[in-house]
Design a binder for this molecule. Structure first.
Ligand code: HEM
Length: 149
């Protein structure tokens, strides 16, 4: 993890995205015709969406889902198929590659060069907008302590 060499993927950001599910629910779709979803009739015109945060914290898939564990995806590569951060299908996020590259570079370089320390007690890991479309963390201060090399 501390090496700039090698081709190992950086799984920290994937686990951050899993546990944070920044986009709480997917964008909405409007049904063109009546349908049945999981046994429930749903009328044409209804708006439907998927709660991404529920998928990414499904205990049946992600054991001990509240634990921030960067090894879970490394140790079980099949798990990644169940991690839905950018939607799936034709309307999936077109910015996915750009976002992945940005996150890899930004978070990767930060953890390579700095230890991140809380100012005062470590903040509670929680969102201030649990029911909104987007999740936001509480405000807190951190120190970037350069790593001696
Ligand atoms: C961590 C960063 C990002 C996350 C988690 C994210 C997630 C998503 C999700 C879940 C959707 C809905 C997909 C669906 O409806 O099935 C979406 C749509 C979209 N995203 Fe992103 N996105 C990110 C970054 C970006 C970036 C960097 C761009 C552009 C440079 C972008 C552009 C778009 C656009 C234009 C749509 C609408 C696509 C459509 O409706 O056809 N996103 N994104």
């Amino acid at each position: 993890m501390r090496s700039r060499e090698g081709n190992g993927d950086l799984f920290i950001w994937k686990e951050i995205q899993r546990i944070a599910s920044i986009l709480n629910s997917n964008l909405f779709r409007q049904l063109e015709e009546d349908t049945v979803i999981d046994g429930q009739p749903v009328s044409a015109g209804a708006l439907v969406t998927v709660q991404l945060s529920a998928l990414n914290t499904d205990e049946a898939v992600f054991k001990n889902h509240t634990k921030f564990d960067t090894k879970r995806l490394l140790e079980n590569r099949n798990l990644e198929k169940n991690l839905i951060q950018f939607g799936i299908g034709k309307r999936a996020c077109p910015g996915e590659s750009l976002a992945r590259a940005e996150l890899y570079l930004i978070i990767g370089n930060l953890v390579l060069d700095f230890n991140l320390k809380p100012v005062g007690p470590a903040p509670e890991i929680k969102t201030t907008t649990p029911f909104g479309l987007m999740k936001r963390p509480p405000s807190f201060n951190i120190r970037f302590v350069p790593i001696e090399k």
